[in-house]
Unconditional design. Structure first.
Length: 90
């Protein structure tokens, strides 16, 4: 099994985190008409914090998976070797 070099994956993880946070904030603002809650706010409810965390985590993971998959496909098209485990074709 061949994996992707960390020099390639670290910037992708960082960018996915930043984009995921920004996208989550935009989604929260559109849905609730206010900025997402912050843990530094004294009067914020736990339900709001947990909801914001779920949205932000989902956006981060989605963007990271899209970036990771795209990078693997690019490496495969350049080298002919898939960087990772081979599936069973399903």
């Amino acid at each position: 099994m061949q994996s992707l070099p960390s020099a390639l994956t670290f910037p992708i993880i960082l960018i996915a985190g930043i984009l995921g946070q920004n996208l989550a904030a935009k989604l929260w603002s559109q849905a609730f008409g206010e900025d997402p809650p912050d843990t530094a706010q004294q009067d914020v409810r736990w339900a709001a914090l947990l909801g914001a965390a779920v949205i932000e985590g989902t956006m981060y993971k989605l963007l990271r998976m899209l970036a990771d998959r795209s990078l693997r496909k690019a490496v495969f098209s350049m080298s002919g070797n898939w960087p990772g485990e081979l599936g069973d074709g399903e």
